[in-house]
Design a protein around this ligand. Sequence first.
Ligand SMILES: Cc1cc2nc3c(=O)[nH]c(=O)nc-3n(C[C@H](O)[C@H](O)[C@H](O)COP(=O)(O)OP(=O)(O)OC[C@H]3O[C@@H](n4cnc5c(N)ncnc54)[C@H](O)[C@@H]3O)c2cc1C
Length: 394
Amino acid sequence: MVQQMVRDFAQNEVAPIIKEYDRQQEMASFILPRMGELGILGICLPVRYGGQGMDYIALGLASEELEAVDTSLRVVMSVHVGLNSLGLFQWATEEQKQRFLAPQARGEKIACFGLTEPGAGSDAANLASMARLDGDEYVINGEKMWISLATKADHVLWVAKTNPAASDPHQALTAFIVELDRPGVSRGDIHGKLGVRAGSTGWISCQDVRVPAFNRIGEEGEGFKIAMACLDNGRYTVAAGATGLIRACMEASVRYAQDRRAFGREIGKFQLIQQKIASMVQYYDAARLLYLRAGWLKNLGKRNTRETSLAKWFATDASFSAASEALQIHGAYGYSDEYDVERYLRNSKGAVIYEGTSEIHQLMQAGYALGYREDASLRCELPAYDAEYWQEPL
Ligand SMILES: Cc1cc2nc3c(=O)[nH]c(=O)nc-3n(C[C@H](O)[C@H](O)[C@H](O)COP(=O)(O)OP(=O)(O)OC[C@H]3O[C@@H](n4cnc5c(N)ncnc54)[C@H](O)[C@@H]3O)c2cc1C
């Protein structure tokens, strides 16, 4: 039912207008309020925190359906739900959950995730932004770059250095919720992107922004662990979304291959076209099983960093290949925005870069296989799904 509801929203309300917004490089203003109204923005959070009480698999299914129409829709799930709200659900105190998480889950406040900076992406531990305790407030200074929903969000989960003298940079960072209407915050959109043009990607700057100590999430020095835990959830939605994009490529390719004729027959009869479609079938089933495994582990409350990374790496590389092959099947028509496949190709590339580039995921997978990497247990783990607790009314 969840999958059908999200599919109906994406196919009926967004698909008809998406090309226009993609051309204008703007996010349609109805998208976020409508997703909030439908409960999609709090889909897998307990009712007591403003959510819909569904499980983590529902989050994956929704992400798949959204990206089957446009990547910009799934990005909302990645940053608002995966990277921010589930981070709060895992690490925030009860008071912080009521203050920040509940309005986010209800869609009254929009959330984004601020880790990347102009000088630090993959090497996130070496970010430059600073937070200094001054009485019962922190003073934050720094710049975040490539932040999805930067200009649409009300809250950012901001990771800054609190202990620049720490011998291990991973211990130097702390996470905060910064309300984006605080004095000293400025932000803007990035234009001229290859893809996710109907979405919002931007920058945020904090100049002497004061936040109460209440806004600190977790302990001082826990920021890197919190950011990585957030990525376990964001990457899951990226994997599920890329799976939806593979499906969209496959469906568009099948339709076109059955319709377009060359050399006296439909092009679907040519074995070289069949090979491309067969690859998409293989990518889709494998990507889907990988993200469902990660979602199932989340439901059980089991650590899934390895499985989620594998799902994200595989699905995003596969969606880029599927989109490229789908465009090839469409020939010259695929090269214009008369068909959706050129947008699929442009949109698929970003996910190979954000939430860990494919190189970073390869390093992680090799690290696990070689025994160089293992996951220590965390002070706060993502709670296992418990239907009774999740659905208990307020
Ligand atoms: C559309 C979009 C949306 C985004 N949204 C967000 C967001 O909401 N929040 C946020 O915080 N960030 C966001 N990002 C930023 C994204 O997470 C970073 O771009 C990503 O982590 C890579 O960092 P970088 O771009 O600085 O590349 P770099 O880290 O500079 O890497 C450059 C190249 O070097 C490679 N490389 C780096 N280190 C190694 C290594 N050790 N071994 C091998 N190769 C290596 C990389 O794989 C890459 O190919 C977004 C990016 C995009 C494109």
